[in-house]
Design a protein around this ligand. Structure first.
Ligand code: SF4
Ligand code: SF4
Length: 384
């Protein structure tokens, strides 16, 4: 069967941040120095080649863009300044847009105007909804959020949002699985998938592959942002909805939006502190790095990189302010800050989880798991 070539692929990839790939003369240095490249899955040179040759289908079925954590070693050692690390990053954005069946991710990645307008629209809609649906007589003596927005209503809206996000993320992840596995998906016995399932969990929680790169700080920052973000997502999407009052499963001790402030040792409060500190430290480190262009992964920043970090910072900062106004029992500043906080936090969840950066956190462990499944299958075939 002939190989399909997309003559406009390089041009298309440029819209996703590809820059210097055409400078590559295929010395192979990048693949030799990449700490994560293996004989079974060599990269990044192979992927640079696919881009130059317009082999779009090959890129679509490649696991390698997700095996790269963008440590930048390859870009630092490239004698031609072809920035192979950034090529891998551009491919992850490109693939994210291909996995997304709504077409939204593509617009989000290829138009900064669209990205800013989308975030602004979602933020304004959230602000308007909170303004329209606030209670008629909020408590103005004490900072009681439930007197303005009853937890039950917030939980229903929250469950609705979590349901849509989960559907979008899972359906896009399923498309990722189909691209990466192709015909192998049904050919490989289910036992192998089950046997390798632990890889999915381990890679998601620890990002341990990144720890094999030379720059351990990048792994640490990545881990902080990932765990902080996931904790917030769980607290908002699960524990806020975790009351599950509507179906009679409400358990007050783990409800997120309560008017009584948790004692300092309470797991919910400790989790909140961890998530805030992790996000604040991780995103500040990455923002300063990008402003200073201090290392290869920070030299070229896409609009979505800035948006992700800025939304993280604003969500964390407004969250901290609310915490203090609640501790000080200042009603009006708490209510106003809550609206502002939600105007940053909800666009971050709604737009980043299924369509942008956060989706990478789902695709990467899934593809790593599929790679292990394929390797195990091959091993069994060779042994048979
Ligand atoms: S990207 Fe750079 S290091 Fe890699 S093969 Fe091309 S020229 Fe060599
Ligand atoms: S950025 Fe790091 S992990 Fe990615 S291809 Fe280059 S050397 Fe490998």
């Amino acid at each position: 069967m002939g190989v399909k070539v997309n003559p406009n692929l390089m041009k298309e990839l440029k819209e996703f941040g590809l820059d210097d790939a055409n400078k590559c003369f295929h010395c192979g240095n990048c693949t030799a120095v990449c700490p994560l490249s293996t004989p079974e899955n060599p990269f990044p040179r192979k992927l640079v080649r696919y881009a130059q040759m317009g082999l779009e289908d090959k890129i679509l079925e490649s696991a390698e863009p997700w095996l790269c954590y963008y440590c930048g070693d390859c870009s630092d050692r490239c004698p031609r300044g072809a920035d192979p690390g950034e090529t891998m990053m551009a491919m992850r954005r490109f693939l994210t847009s291909k996995y997304d069946w709504t077409g939204f991710a593509r617009k989000f990645y290829t138009s900064e105007t669209f990205e800013i307008v989308a975030v602004a629209i979602v933020g304004i809609l959230v602000g308007l909804a909170l303004w329209i649906f606030h209670a008629d007589s909020p408590n103005m003596e004490h900072a009681y959020l439930n007197s303005v927005w009853p937890a039950g209503s917030i939980e229903i809206a929250d469950l609705f949002m979590a349901g849509i996000l989960t559907f979008l993320l899972l359906s896009n992840t399923w498309r990722c699985v189909k691209f990466v596995m192709g015909d192998m998906l049904k050919k490989i016995p289910l036992e192998i998938y089950i046997k390798q399932a632990k890889e999915l969990v381990v890679h998601f929680i620890t990002q341990k592959q990144f720890g094999e790169c030379t720059d351990k700080m990048q792994w640490f920052v990545h881990l902080l942002i990932m765990t902080g973000y996931s904790t917030i997502f769980l607290m908002v999407a699960v524990f806020l909805a975790g009351g599950l009052e509507v179906v009679g499963l409400y358990w007050e001790p783990i409800a997120f939006q309560r008017d009584v402030i948790y004692p300092i040792w309470h797991p919910m409060r400790l989790l909140g502190y961890y998530a805030t500190a992790a996000i604040l430290y991780g995103s500040t480190y990455a923002l300063i790095g990008r402003l200073r262009k201090s290392k290869a992964p920070y030299k070229k920043s896409h609009g979505t990189d800035w948006m992700f970090l800025v939304l993280l910072q604003l969500t964390a900062l407004t969250g901290i302010f609310i915490h203090f106004t609640r501790l000080l029992d200042w009603p009006m500043p708490t209510y106003v800050l809550y609206v502002v906080h939600m105007m940053f936090a909800i666009p971050m969840l709604v737009l980043e989880v299924p369509f942008s950066k956060w989706a990478h956190l789902a695709y990467r462990p899934v593809v790593l798991f599929l790679t292990k499944v394929k390797e195990e299958y091959k091993r069994q075939q060779e042994a048979a």
